[in-house]
Design a protein. Structure first.
Length: 547
């Protein structure tokens, strides 16, 4: 292999709107650019169900918008890779980006690691997470159908997501800490006029209490009058709390390497370059007064212009010119859930554009695999069977079997060629966001599977007790696939671990049994229940505590 195969003009860490825009500009200018993303392309905006304020686009979803950005960048020759960046070495003319798939080099690095939802810190927030406290309206709104809701926050996210939550809730009360919304007046006015929404300005949530059935009361503080009152729902029913109170920047990678402000945001100049030459930052990880898709794309374009100048200078100085790939590649190395229609016009489970990507996965499978469909023959079972038949028709490495045995039908189980179970199964039809994780599950079950670092592999092999993992998900949840993939990968590498995935929409008994009001929900050995997405290391650490 040529020593310069891993040399790029620019490496972008983070595949949200800022990173994808920068990649588009750099690739169009014929520079070699790589976008690294550890989870999924699109960033935080993918959890927004409706985007109506992006210029030139009347209405779309966050995921659809960023998927278009990704395809645009790749059509100009940008390269993408799903890998976690573990370290950045930013000294000198050539930077090093250390990832779970090896070390890469570039003349410049753009940090677009974004931010995560901020927790408020009210009493009971951690205790009731997943049992009444939620952070994603798209993922968890359905669980509160017919219930009252408290929404915390006074920005765009609070206003827009409150409107979405009225689809499910009987009543939404927004608690705004200040005396007005911080979003556009047009949006604020729409919220204020909605018949299901009540807004309380100068109010803060101090704490919630309840039982194992959920939240039953909340202590609310009026910071203008100093009064405190107790909130309860009609008929003393349980209610939910959704938190949209800003974000915490993901700057752990660059802490002590570039200059940050006291809140942890990256400080840049007008061209989005940091205090370290050749290192740029864009998007929500930067200091800015407005965190919207349109400002993220602007950041990315400005950063790209500066990075072009760095690349041109380094070509002349070093004599090294990274070879730009043919600009015909149109899809990332892992299949995208957004490309799979959940209700296509021709009733097909697999869209034509996904076939080449699936074939690439099938070619890498190390062993044949049987998809054993457990079905009672009902409509949902027939839907699952038809979907698996479509997949099997694409490759001779997959075969299909059917049986009526099992609980929580229908489900598909991954079975090895010798007839033994891999311990992996999906209950329901793996569409929506779970299509990608399902395909990766097939690949991991057949081998060689996704790369696992030495430390994680050692922890996986160290599990010496029978461990039953159940992951309850929603097909609309963008946070679920990470946990699903990690849990399935563990099962594929250790026969003492089984991992079954359940579409909560089909199994209300499990929702009731484990009092699930948020996804993803993981249950270990039918007793230990936890909520929220987990990457492999975090999941392994958690399993140690419940063994």
């Amino acid at each position: 292999m040529n020593a310069n195969d891993n040399l790029f003009d620019a490496i972008i860490v983070g595949g949200g709107p800022a990173g994808l825009t920068a990649a588009l500009y750099l690739a169009r200018a014929r520079y070699r650019v790589l976008v690294l993303e550890k989870e999924r392309f699109g960033g935080q905006i993918t959890i927004t169900h409706e985007v109506v304020n992006y210029p030139g686009v009347e209405s779309t979803s966050g995921e659809a918008l960023t998927d278009t950005m990704r395809r645009q960048a790749m059509n100009f020759g940008a390269e993408v890779m799903l890998a976690e960046v573990t370290d950045l070495k930013l000294e000198g003319d050539i930077k090093e980006v250390v990832t779970t798939k090896g070390t890469l080099r570039a003349f410049s690095v753009l940090v677009c690691t974004g931010a995560n939802p901020r927790r408020v810190g009210f009493t009971g927030e951690n205790e009731f997470r997943g049992h009444g406290v939620a952070y994603c309206a798209t993922c968890d709104g359905e669980f509160f159908t017919g219930k009252e809701l408290l929404v915390i926050g006074g920005g765009y996210a609070s206003a827009e997501e409150s409107m979405f939550l009225t689809r499910y809730a009987s009543k939404v009360t927004i608690l705004v800490r200040k005396d007005s919304f911080s979003c556009a007046k047009s949006i604020a006015d729409e919220v204020m006029q909605h018949p299901k929404i009540n807004v309380l300005f100068n109010h803060e949530l101090k704490g919630v209490t309840g039982s194992d059935m959920g939240i039953t009361s909340a202590e609310i503080f009026n910071n203008k009058t100093g009064e405190t009152f107790n909130y309860t729902a009609a008929d003393n029913d349980t209610f939910g709390v959704f938190v949209f109170a800003g974000y915490v920047p993901n700057t752990a990678l660059v802490k002590d390497k570039v200059e940050l402000d006291p809140q942890g945001y990256i400080i840049t100049d007008a061209n989005h370059e940091t205090n370290v030459p050749g290192v740029f930052a864009a998007g929500d990880v930067c200091i800015k007064t407005l965190r919207q898709v349109v400002t993220a794309t602007a950041d990315g374009a400005l950063a790209a212009t500066g990075m072009e100048k760095v690349a041109a200078k380094m070509h002349e100085k070093t004599g090294l010119v990274p070879e730009v790939p043919n600009a015909t590649r149109k899809a990332p190395e892992e299949p995208r859930a957004s490309a799979i229609p959940t209700d296509s016009g021709n009733n097909s489970f697999i869209s034509p554009e996904m076939v080449p990507q699936l074939n690439a996965v099938f070619e890498r499978m190390g062993a044949p695999l049987t998809l054993k469909v457990h079905t009672a023959g009902d409509a949902k079972g027939e839907e699952l069977l038809s979907a698996m038949q479509e997949m099997v028709a694409l490759t001779d490495k997959l075969t299909i079997e059917t049986t009526s045995e099992g609980e929580h039908l229908p489900y598909v189980e991954f079975v090895r060629a010798d007839g033994t179970s891999t311990g992996m199964a999906f209950h329901g039809v793996p569409g929506g966001h779970e299509f990608t994780s399902f395909v990766l599950g097939v690949y991991n079950a057949a081998g060689p599977g996704q790369q696992v670092d030495d430390a994680d592999m050692a922890n996986i092999k160290a599990i010496d007790k029978d461990t039953k993992i159940q992951v309850l998900i929603s097909l609309s949840c963008t946070m679920c696939p990470d946990l699903v993939v990690a849990a399935q990968r563990i099962a594929s590498l250790n026969d003492k671990v089984t991992t079954h995935i359940y579409d909560t929409a089909l199994f209300p008994d499990l929702r009731s049994k484990y009092k699930v009001m948020s996804v993803p929900c993981m249950v270990v050995n039918e007793s230990a229940v936890s909520f929220g997405k987990k990457q492999m290391p975090e999941l392994l650490d958690y399993l140690k505590t419940v063994q």
